[in-house]
Design a protein around this ligand. Structure first.
Ligand code: THU
Length: 141
């Protein structure tokens, strides 16, 4: 059962949310990325007085994984206190770039989790296929 294996991943995302630098929005987001080798990398949102420079939790977690040499990303968890918060559009694009079949795990509330596939969150996507590169694992619509 998928839910069970993602409990720890979501716990790591929650832990990362505790480090959120969110002095402008006061909105803490934590993310954790699961790699094929079982390793987990976390990230949180880091804001800036120049608002547009804010970096989302998901991208920070993904770039943390890549920066540590990971090439096979299986899942991305997102935790917020509110629950039911999905990755923003920019993060969806970056997730798809790095993992075409990623499971996205969201805390719905204190006990329930939601699992969706990145291709459900970003249909009709722009990808390497459009650039004439390898077909990858994306479904064409
Ligand atoms: N944020 C994330 O970290 N991830 C998302 O998917 C949505 C938004 C952050 C950015 C900003 O620090 C705060 O949440 C409010 O937008």
């Amino acid at each position: 059962m998928k839910e069970k294996k993602y409990v720890k991943l979501l716990a790591k995302a929650k832990e990362a949310a505790g480090n959120s630098y969110n002095k402008y929005s006061k909105f803490a987001v934590g993310s954790a990325v699961l790699c094929a080798n079982g390793k987990i990398y976390a990230g949180t949102n880091v804001e800036n007085a120049s608002y547009g420079l804010t970096s989302c939790a998901e991208r920070n977690a993904l770039f943390n994984a890549v920066s540590n040499g990971e090439t096979k990303i299986k899942a991305v968890a997102v935790w917020t206190k509110r629950g039911g918060v999905f990755p923003c559009g920019a993060c969806r694009q970056v997730i798809l770039e790095l993992s075409q079949n990623a499971d996205i795990i969201i805390n719905k509330n204190d006990k329930d989790i939601i699992i969706v596939n990145i291709q459900e969150l970003l249909p009709f996507s722009f990808s390497e296929i459009d650039l004439g590169l390898a077909a990858g694992k994306l479904k064409r619509q």
